[in-house]
Unconditional design. Structure first.
Length: 261
């Protein structure tokens, strides 16, 4: 089993347990469930920087990134920096995140929030809404075309944006449907963990213009963003670059200022 297969295997057990503990009706009665959408897609279209900044404690490829920062400080720092949105890892076993992180981020800032998770079940989408997310991530590598359609249409019915992540042309072609708002190209090969911006460049020409293009992984420099902007990318997901510092908000501020100068 590669790492992605292992994560999905564990995720199925985790979701089954969560469903048994907290019924859908309880999620739907959450105070945040009726929150109006703060659309990330719209913000990215009208932004000069397009930065989606991430809260991530660790990852399978990098082990520990930063265990010392609290989510509230990170969320406030990112908002003050002027990022377009914040991505919050909610996977516990592999990334050290939780749904509580999403809840704290929601209470701490007014940014559009992306629930960064391995979604394999409709329950997780309802959960995302109940915990204050504005956007869900769907990963084409772990879903069939029918699941992508079903999950993205459920998200739209709940007034959530959908970011669909692809790694290659085959995944992209099965994912193009009207219920997707943003198409994210992950520059990291999930089998080898190698990163190349060429993935974003190559796939850009196959993404229809009505989708907001987002590039993910390996975006650690101003040069990388300037290299990808001519290919039509409006969003850039930055995880480890800010989180590996003592003050992610200050790092994001510095980065955005340098990008716009």
């Amino acid at each position: 089993m590669n790492i992605l297969d292992q994560i999905v295997f564990d995720k199925r057990k985790e979701v089954a347990l969560r469903k048994a503990l907290i019924p859908v009706k309880q999620l739907e009665s959450s105070v945040l469930f009726g929150r109006p959408l703060n659309a990330l897609a719209g913000r990215l279209k009208n932004s000069g920087s397009g930065i989606i900044a991430e809260h991530k404690r660790r990852s399978p490829s990098k082990s520990v990134i930063n265990q010392n920062l609290n989510v509230q400080d990170v969320a406030l720092g990112y908002e003050n920096a002027g990022v377009c949105g914040m991505s919050v890892l909610t996977d516990s076993k592999y990334f050290g995140g939780s749904l509580d992180d999403l809840l704290v981020a929601r209470a701490s800032c007014n940014l559009p929030l992306l629930r960064k998770e391995f979604i394999i079940n409709e329950y997780q989408i309802i959960e995302a809404k109940a915990y204050g997310a504005d956007v869900i991530l769907l990963i084409a590598a772990i879903l069939t075309a029918d699941q992508i359609k079903e999950f993205s249409e459920l998200a739209k019915s709940l007034d959530l944006n959908v970011l669909l992540e692809v790694h290659n042309l085959e995944e992209l072609q099965k994912s193009i449907m009207p219920s997707i708002d943003m198409l994210g190209v992950n520059n990291r090969n999930l089998k080898t963990f190698e990163v190349s911006l060429e993935t974003s460049k190559t796939l850009s020409q196959h993404i229809p213009a009505d989708f907001v293009k987002v590039s993910e992984s390996g975006i650690s420099s101003i040069e990388a963003i300037k290299e990808l902007q001519p290919y039509g990318y409006k969003g850039f997901l930055i995880g480890e670059n800010f989180m590996k510092t003592d003050n992610p908000g200050a790092s994001a501020t510095e980065f955005i200022n340098a990008l716009s100068s």
